[in-house]
Design a protein around this ligand. Structure first.
Ligand code: CA
Ligand code: CA
Length: 96
């Protein structure tokens, strides 16, 4: 299991990933601690204080599709769905 899988596993272990689409919105709001409609690295850190900077970086590389440095609900949902249906190939991220 690589670092990104571990990071996702960490999020899943906190009860984030659920199969129902509407739950993504609730999960997103739980992570978006300042409720500005975007998840940034500070939100992730506040949500899970044990997450490493590397894990955050990898999560953003995989999830921040438009590379604006923020994760919106659409990007969050795409990544969660890709992870759940197995189409997100974690080995695509050759960071190490
Ligand atoms: Ca935020
Ligand atoms: Ca983005």
């Amino acid at each position: 299991m690589n670092k990104f899988a571990l990071a996702l596993g960490t999020l899943m272990a906190t009860g984030l990933c659920k199969p129902e689409d509407q739950s993504y919105n609730e999960d997103f709001k739980r992570i978006d601690s300042n409720q500005d409609g975007f998840i940034d690295p500070i939100d992730l850190r506040l949500f899970h204080e044990d997450i490493s900077s590397q894990d955050i970086s990898i999560y953003f590389i995989a999830t921040d599709l438009n590379e604006d440095g923020l994760i919106d609900l659409e990007e969050f949902t795409v990544t969660m769905k890709a992870h759940e249906d197995g189409s997100l190939n974690l080995s695509d991220f050759n960071l190490y």
